[in-house]
Design a protein around this ligand. Structure first.
Ligand SMILES: [Zn+2]
Length: 388
């Protein structure tokens, strides 16, 4: 089983220079690979010959064969892993289960993430050892802010530059054996824009997923994005003005704060869930279907629910919890958890309740058995029944 740990690293000026050149080299390789991939694909369609279709191996061989002289001074692993990621990108793009996956695009120097991957890094005496770059004189290991949380072989290291410095994500092969839980304690989590509803031993609970400080950050981000867009229009040739840079730095910082708040919230919640339950039902939600207020930095907040599902999948696997992904077409909102009646047509409840019967957003009234419940509690009950 692979577990990842993201650790801050402290490279000195020489190392930073090397890391930056590796970021550039990865971007270069990725773009080259995409170009080659597209060319091979076009060729195969023109010649109507499927055997000429591109794949990871063919594209990689092509790039290796056509290496420029200067490339021999660069890490071969970075090239190979860039091609592998491109192949993964195409696979995800064509996977019908991942409808939101974007088509692989060329990465621009200005906008792409500063990142590279290597599978040859080691941690020695609490420091990160990367391959010694060709032609460099003295080469030291990079100081890590903490020791890796897990023991095991390091399979892959992703180095990334963020607003406040550099980080290494270590993917570590852990040999723990998972003990499957066989109990029958079942709970369900109903995800909404601003909260998670679930049930524990003390009854129905809710977790606020949109605290005030997150909302504030979303508003700042929207404002900064607008400012940057305006600056680009008024001064298209001078992207590097001090003003522009300052705003971009603020934006980056806020992005980082958002992702930290989201992750902290999700981590605490998911750890609690997997510790307390044997079976957990969550909706297999397509992020795009999450309806939300226009003013929330939409994609940013939506991404939180994708992260939630991801975290649940791996945390449940580690702890031997059975995770039930409920079919998105299962009518957990419309179904009555008491009698099983499913509302249709004008009886349905929408975002603002039901017009015909004048019920509010938070109410569930069953017209079959007369049960009156809170809408979210009814949904949680339905999820629990689905999984039981
Ligand atoms: Zn009913």
């Amino acid at each position: 089983m692979i577990k990842t740990h993201k650790i801050k690293i402290y490279p000195n000026a020489t190392m930073r220079k090397v890391l930056n050149s590796l970021f550039d080299y990865r971007r270069y390789c990725y773009n080259q690979a995409l170009e080659t991939w597209n060319a091979m694909y076009d060729e195969s369609t023109i010649l109507a010959d499927k055997s000429r279709r591109p794949n990871e191996r063919k594209v990689r061989d092509e790039l290796v064969e056509n290496k420029q002289d200067w490339q021999y001074l660069q890490s071969a692993r970075v090239l190979q892993l860039a091609v592998r990621d491109l192949a993964k990108g195409w696979k995800n793009y064509f996977n019908p289960k991942m409808p939101n996956h974007a088509k692989p695009r060329f990465k621009s120097k200005k906008w792409s993430k500063h990142v590279f991957k290597t599978d040859r890094a080691k941690v020695i005496d609490g420091r990160l050892r990367l391959d010694k770059p060709h032609g460099s004189g003295v080469w030291y290991d990079i100081r890590l802010a903490e020791i890796p949380r897990w023991q095991g072989a390091i399979k892959l290291v992703t180095v990334i530059e963020e607003a406040d410095g550099y980080y290494a994500c270590l993917a570590i092969e852990v040999t723990d054996t998972v003990v499957e839980k066989h109990g029958d304690r079942v709970t369900g989590v109903d995800a909404n824009v601003a909260r998670f509803d679930y049930k524990d031993a003390n009854g129905y609970q809710r977790i606020n997923t949109l605290p005030q400080r997150l909302l504030k950050l979303y508003q700042h981000i929207t404002a900064y994005q607008r400012q940057l867009a305006r600056k680009r229009v008024t001064n298209p040739t001078n992207f590097r003005s001090n003003n522009y840079r300052a705003t971009r730095t603020k934006l980056k910082r806020d992005y980082q704060k958002v992702s930290r708040i989201q992750e902290d919230l999700l981590k605490k919640f998911t750890i609690k869930l997997v510790a307390e339950w044997d079976v957990i039902a969550i909706e297999d939600l397509d992020n795009l279907h999450m309806r939300m207020n226009k003013r929330l930095a939409k994609n940013l907040h939506r991404s939180m629910f994708g992260k939630f599902k991801q975290m649940m999948v791996y945390k449940c696997a580690w702890r031997g919890v059975r995770l039930v992904l409920v079919d998105p077409f299962y009518p957990s909102t419309q179904r009555c958890s008491q009698c099983g009646y499913i509302k249709t047509g004008d009886d349905k409840i929408g975002l603002n309740g039901n017009h015909l019967y004048h019920t509010g957003h938070d109410d569930y009234v069953c017209y079959q058995c007369g049960a009156v419940m809170r809408r979210d509690e009814n949904a949680v009950e339905n999820l629990i029944q689905y999984a039981s």
